[in-house]
Design a protein around this ligand. Structure first.
Ligand SMILES: Cc1cc2nc3c(=O)[nH]c(=O)nc-3n(C[C@H](O)[C@H](O)[C@H](O)COP(=O)(O)O)c2cc1C
Length: 126
């Protein structure tokens, strides 16, 4: 089963990750600033600077990127073409799918679609 690993500065990504974990009962949730993944994981992070990947996420991926299987990034619509761009950068560098892009802490529909993706991945891993 994939783990859920998140990076969050002001809480939007953490709230979304918690909602997905609740929806997929039994999925382990890790804060990448505090814990290391034990196996393959879905990363949930945010966009910082001007369409950039936060330094904390970049450093984490330098060590654990080989276990990355998909990425979700949060951002804010008002950033225009840089909206949630961290997802595109990570997906291209690590050759994984962009599972979702969230405005702030996302919607119930975002939560459902990420949960569905996670269950399909878990089905193939179990
Ligand atoms: C300094 C700063 C720069 C940001 N740059 C971007 C950006 O380039 N693109 C984007 O979509 N969102 C950007 N955001 C918005 C955050 O990615 C968004 O608020 C996100 O939900 C934060 O997640 P968190 O609450 O889990 O930390 C920026 C926010 C801050 C404070």
């Amino acid at each position: 089963m994939l783990q859920l690993v998140y990076d969050s500065m002001t809480g939007n990504v953490r709230r979304f990750a918690q909602a997905v974990a609740l929806d997929c009962g039994g999925t382990e949730l890790l804060d990448l600033r505090q814990q290391a993944p034990a196996r393959e994981f879905l990363l949930l992070t945010y966009t910082f600077g001007t369409g950039e990947v936060p330094l904390s996420t970049r450093k984490f991926l330098q060590t654990h990127g080989h276990l990355l299987r998909g990425v979700v990034a949060s951002g804010s619509f008002h950033w225009g073409h840089n909206f949630a761009r961290a997802a595109d950068l990570i997906a291209a560098e690590y050759r994984v799918p962009v599972v979702a892009k969230l405005n702030k802490s996302g919607t119930a529909k975002d939560c459902q679609s990420v949960s569905t993706w996670l269950r399909s991945m878990n089905g193939t891993l179990d």
